[in-house]
Design a protein. Structure first.
Length: 228
């Protein structure tokens, strides 16, 4: 069973990360299907498309766009699956909806995506230094520009597409979003909030991503998504 252009994936776990286990009890974190913040974005590849020659293989674990597994209400108040839904807990997923894949315990980016680790701010009332971070996962384009993993880099406003990868908060962005390579000052410290262990992986923006809904998400980095 192979799609012509799309991968076929299944969620790793449930479609939503709505609860956190504390001791012997489960704490409910979310009860709304509209909340993109609680949508599971971790998937397992079941089938690869026949028209693509990319490194992803069957069995790989991938980080995907929040709308792949998302449900929504139609105009009559009925729950509906996203347009990615295929059948029997299987979903279509285009290459542009996959940002990172894991094989044999190693994470690798896909296409022109990269991931940045935020760093702590020394300013009172500010947790994270804006528009700067440490390159965590790179790609071939950045390698060719001599921008390497663990380099300190800056990026534009509203590129903080938050993901939780292996219990670590990271910003997903494109190669073209990397603006400057900086020298370390020696006081940089990585930032990782405690909620990254809660099971509530967050993807706060997908601007320009082909999510099948009107040509791309344009909802911004911190607003609820209007696309389904």
């Amino acid at each position: 069973m192979n799609s012509l252009y799309d991968y076929i994936v299944e969620p790793v776990g449930e479609r939503y990360n709505n609860s956190k286990k504390i001791g012997n009890k489960n704490l409910i974190l979310n009860t709304k299907i509209e909340s993109f913040k609680s949508v599971n974005k971790l998937a397992k590849v079941v089938s690869i498309p026949t028209a693509h020659n990319l490194p992803i293989e069957v069995g790989d674990i991938v980080h995907v766009h929040h709308n792949v597994f998302r449900r929504f209400y139609d105009m009559k108040g009925h729950q509906k699956n996203s347009r990615s839904y295929f059948k029997d807990n299987l979903y279509f997923c285009s290459p542009e909806q996959i940002y990172l894949y894991k094989r044999n315990g190693i994470n690798k980016t896909l296409l022109d995506r990269c991931f940045i680790k935020p760093i702590k701010s020394n300013k009172i009332g500010e947790k994270i230094k804006p528009n700067i971070g440490i390159l965590k996962y790179s790609n071939k384009l950045l390698d060719n520009l001599n921008i390497e993993i663990n380099d300190l880099v800056s990026f534009p406003n509203k590129r903080q597409w938050e993901f939780v990868v292996d219990n670590e908060l990271l910003y997903c962005m494109k190669s073209k979003d990397i603006l400057i390579k900086h020298e370390y000052e020696g006081n940089e410290e990585e930032y990782n909030p405690s909620w990254t262990n809660s099971g509530e992986g967050v993807d706060k923006s997908s601007t320009g991503t082909d999510c099948r809904y009107g040509g791309g998400c344009v909802c911004g980095p911190s607003e609820e998504r209007g696309c389904h």
